[in-house]
Design a protein around this ligand. Sequence first.
Ligand SMILES: NC(=O)c1ccc[n+]([C@@H]2O[C@H](COP(=O)([O-])OP(=O)(O)OC[C@H]3O[C@@H](n4cnc5c(N)ncnc54)[C@H](O)[C@@H]3O)[C@@H](O)[C@H]2O)c1
Length: 683
Amino acid sequence: MRQKMENTLTIGVVGAGNMGSGIAQKFAQEGLNVVMLDIKEEFVERGFTTIRNILAQGVERKILTQEKMDETIGRIKGGTDFNLLADVDLVVEVVFEDANVKKDLFAKLDKICSEKTIFASNTSSFYVSDLASATNRQDRFVGMHYFFHPAKNRLLEVIPHKGTSQETIDRAMEIARLHGKTAILVQDAPGFAVNRFFVPLLTESVKLVEEGIADIPTIEHFAKEAFGIGMGPFELMNVTGIPISVHASATFGRELGKFYDTPALLTSQMEKGEPWSLEGEVNLAPAQTIKDRLYGACLGAAAALVSEGVATIEDTDIGAKVGLRWRKGPFEIMNHIGIEKAYEVIKSISDNNPDFKLPEVVVKQKELGVPFDFKVVNLVVKEGIAYITINRPEAMNALNEVTVDQLKEAFTTAQNDDTVTSIVFQGAGKTFVAGADIRFFVKNIKDNQINNNVSFTQKGHDLFLDIENSAKPTIAVLDGLSLGGGSEMALACQAIIATPAGSMGFPETGIGIYPGLGGMLRLARQVGPELTKYYVFTGKPISAQDAYELGVVTHLVSQQKLGKAIADIGQETLPDKYRKRDIPERFQELLATCSGANLDALLNKGELSGVSSTLAQKTQKTVGYKAPLALQKANELIDAQQGKTIPEAIQLELAELDGIFSTKDALTGLTSLGGPPPQFVGK
Ligand SMILES: NC(=O)c1ccc[n+]([C@@H]2O[C@H](COP(=O)([O-])OP(=O)(O)OC[C@H]3O[C@@H](n4cnc5c(N)ncnc54)[C@H](O)[C@@H]3O)[C@@H](O)[C@H]2O)c1
């Protein structure tokens, strides 16, 4: 039953420099074939050397195996012959930032490449439409703007111009997903989305020095504090190169007005050819002025781009969090400092820069007098299928109150839409859903409000039951990791389509609680209580392949076939997910660790029998790290849920929640993430 699945797309990357080599590396790492070209063999070789060095660091740090490194390099074919691009699916142009060089290249490629080939440019400063005009395939031309380092930074701005076809946009978004990118859709405007508000952070910082308001170390300090970033604006300019900031701001100055233009001090620093000096004491006095000015410039620019329709508030925030690694996006910052305050600091920038118009979205929000409301769940209906996407990639799509509310809303809309015949749930970015938002649980425990955790879980159950019982088929798309509540949500759907990147897992007993959203009861109904106990007690991931062989995943397809598989599933009759099934032989040993006398032994550190000593040791060691009370409760619940109806089984789970959240171990476990492994005391 094992399936061989190849990613067969071939991507051409033209320009093997800093960005091009990283982009080629990323595509190859994610299993796509790459043709990497440059004008001279030595430049291609240099590209390969860069890739090898970066991958070798990964091998050294044990995040990559030598085999995976060799495989990745093996997928990249290098050269200088542009005819190698004749049949590729997509060409990503990553040559010098020179419009003529780029246009000449595209005109040449237009003659060489087949009809199907989509062209993408990684330009930072030209209009995509202008570059597209050099070709006769403007409908198959799009911007794909990567961020340094493109093999590590997940963000990708996908930029259609006015002539780009919807098919090309869809394809670009799909290819973004295929190579593990978090894509945001952005209009063809100067600086696209992220640089539009990032560059003003740099220029405004320089202006503060120019005006004598503060020195560099002071601005560095308060900028880091204001935006939750590890490097201040001056250090960032030193790292990326001051000329890039000059070039970007000069382009903005020409296109968007004087407010965005290069300050004289920035130009003179570039001419000196020296980095900014960051040394010195921090002066606390101008703290507020610095923050107000930087917020005003940066949030103002973000609000301006949204007002112009360049990107949504959600995508703008994702851009900041994923691309720039800010703690909060510009609109979340506005909510955090308060809409009144945000309006005031932006207005002050506008008052002092007559060409910077007060952005409409801020004016409107101030009138409304409420914080920005974020859409974290999107609903798109296409050819009878409702695609419901959880769009919090920076939080691995974790379920919180807002997400559950919006899921419910989107689901209800899809249910009531007569044109919808099936409903698909998916996660944006690389994850399906990484469980429930743990910070929410912790806050409620600390505030003595465990009842909020219970009512949140109850709400989740209600939604999952509706999904399970829906008259329109409900399908989870497991194209990445799912954990806890995410796996439970997938199990509630009537079918699961997975790619090899998909997985499930129940890490709860390792953080002091038990899976509380129906995962135990739904998995047990499919694969039996013993195997369910094995997965719940150990927290071991269930790969897509395993879940498929167990009949939990209904369809296993390659990422490239995913779109078609989703479209096709609407036409099929789905199998009954609770049908009787045989558990394949290779799972029998796992199952045996939790059956009969072994179950007691496993929970009480006794000897396991009838399984290999390796498995016995491994399982006992893993289970030994888990919270004893959580294990005990999970064990009792899985037993008690046998033979009950699903609503009855849910009530059993809910009834124990208050108790488990009240334990010392729950607080220890839930607050342990990111730190050393929790030490449980069994209380
Ligand atoms: N550096 C960044 O952080 C960054 C970020 C986003 C976008 N970009 C954009 O990416 C592009 C490349 O930037 P980079 O930093 O990798 O530059 P780079 O100078 O490191 O690399 C450019 C490569 O393109 C090759 N080249 C030039 N003309 C060519 C042609 N006609 N055919 C084939 N190869 C050709 C060069 O030999 C060189 O190897 C630019 O458009 C830049 O604006 C850069």
